[in-house]
Design a binder for this molecule. Sequence first.
Ligand code: URA
Ligand code: SF4
Length: 207
Amino acid sequence: MTAKDFLPKTKSLAALQSAVQNCQGCELYQRATQAVFGHGPATASIVIIGEQPGNEEDLAGLPFVGPAGHRLDQAMQEAGILRESVYLTNAVKHFSWEERGPRRLHKRPSSREIKACEPWLANELVAINAKVVVCLGAVAAQVMLGREFKITMSRGQPILKNDKYTIATWHPSAILRAPEKVRRDEMHRELVTDLQLASSLCSENAD
Ligand code: URA
Ligand code: SF4
């Protein structure tokens, strides 16, 4: 089974968002509080794709409201991008976690789970028809650009496909996890640069 078996007939964002709550396309729905669908205007010219909801997103039902979201907010602000103007979503819609004492720790979703969840993202992208898609981290990048894609090799390089640009960059959680401050600052600057490029590609396409 995959998410395909749970897609609604009408593929509007509203219909998709309500249908995703009933998805049992993989096992992840069993231990999550709720599905976290994308959030933002249907007319957005930039879509930003993360990996999966974290602990706080799982509880709130909204993407990027925890620590990684705060880091992303900061980078978007520095890049001159309004959070309200972009559509934020994730490759996987249910929180994958493992128990560590009292905490629920992020667990990378398996390839099977990532693949099972793809129909939601694919339909969001059709419904929105953005000019630029920004992938945060390897999971989103590999869903959009293929299993061989490496952020470390091809970060910040826009790829033109079906009349839209896809650009992959650091996941804000990877920045938060980097042990040294010098490295965190460098990755943050690179994230800001990549977001600025995404924003400038929007206006280039509009001409
Ligand atoms: N990390 C993600 O990839 N997505 C979120 O929504 C939150 C944290
Ligand atoms: Fe469905 Fe995706 Fe949730 Fe799996 S993670 S149950 S495929 S919405």
